[in-house]
Design a binder for this molecule. Sequence first.
Ligand code: ME8
Length: 518
Amino acid sequence: MKPTFYLTTAISYPNGSPHIGHAYEAMATDAIARFMRLDGYDVHFLTGTDEHGIKMLQTARREGLTPAELADRNAPLFKDMVALLGCSNDDFIRTSEPRHHAASKAIWERMQANGDIYLDSYAGWYSVRDEAFYGEDETIVRDGVRYGAQGTPVEWVEEKSYFFRLSAYQERLLALYEQHPEFIGPAERRNEVVSFVKGGLKDLSISRTTFDWGIPVPGDPEHVMYVWVDALTNYITGAGYPDVEGESFKRWWPADLHVIGKDIVRFHTVYWPAFLMSAGLPLPKRVFAHGFLFNRGEKMSKSVGNVIGPKDLVDAYGRDQVRYFFLREVPFGQDGNYSHEAIVTRINADLANDLGNLAQRSLSMIAKNLDGTLPAPGPFSDEDAAMLARADAMLPACREAMAMQQVHQALNVVWAVVADANRYFAGQAPWALRKTDPARMETVLYVTAEIVRQVAILAQPVMPESAGRLLDLLAVPADARDFTVLGPAGRLPGGVALPAPQGVFPRYVETDEAKAAG
Ligand code: ME8
């Protein structure tokens, strides 16, 4: 039996079209999912849309739609986005689905049965943009407008509300962070959460009565659940909750990894574990928060008008190129910038020049000089052996990086070997050996092809299509592309006929149009 790995993205509010922040999270989580599958895990990868809440309601009103109509119109855009990006998600959840209503009702009832829910009235500040309640001390007034902790405007709310006894969970949460330092990554986020919880927790308002777009509170349909109660619950719905005895729930829950953005850490590392503790359910093993992406240093927002859609990027640069750029360029967990120039530089330097040329030069020499047959190597020189050893050492280094979601670091490991291989190829000069020592030429070409094989296998999580094409060019069979064949165990067999080489990573050629758009 394979070990299991259940991972999720945040679910997006479909109150508009998907933006690059949504795409970034999906691409990164997909790269992790693909890595784990290739590394022998049975993976379940969940993503979806978060359709309730006032933000959806207000947008719908502005557009003259019901919130359900707005969700029905926009949720497919998110589904299409993950497909466009080549994501390998096993499920796409919409919180308006009956399975999710059932799960939300069930977790509510369990928290209630545990004595953690009571009726009172709420009077305080609420940010619709964040769908978050803020304490007075977390707000500031600027130019007559009051803003919450994340800089979004807040409004005063007063209504009857159910509360969750969050204050009762302070000690248990602190014990969780202490005993499981890996629960929150990266470390800066963990420190923020620990000091927030140490500062004391107030009970949380978890229902609303002033609108009815949401999941009705069991036994009191005048209230709908606070959107975050149902949103967080999506992760167990996706595992088959409330059927806790079912095969799916036993197999997938607790989740191994929730990938989210840094603005929603508190919901995932304070509220969510407290809800689960209250409901008597196991806790997810890790929550990892990535940073925010900025277009040339500015935060993207619809009001600023600098939102570039994921589809525009994929159309302009190619799917694998976009995936590679964001995952290599931005250290996962930190904020990052993107611009047309930065994307073109990565495409031309890392992909076209470094990996593309290495593959193209070695494969076209095999095509021209050896009738397209991969040679069997002669005895390995010290340089050959050292080069192979560096390639063989990639997997453990990549595993270590990916276990901490350091996707960029795993790519750095692989591209360091690509750089070594280019130096090796230039130093060995197989084109010169063609006349002086053809047997050595064959060995050098073999070693280079073998490096390309291992690089391509490890590039698959980030660039599934292009890496697959490289492996096709090396005649690597479909069942010899996972991580069990990395290292000496899977060396290319000599004497195999290779298909005609083709460029896999074209250079990006600047057009005036692209310059203007970038
Ligand atoms: O927060 N750069 O939904 P959402 C990087 N529905 N990531 C970004 C980003 C940016 N510029 N902007 C947003 C929600 N994100 C809730 C989640 S989960 C139970 C409910 C990330 O559509 C953001 O941090 O506002 C979040 O992880 C995801 O995109 C969805 O954001």
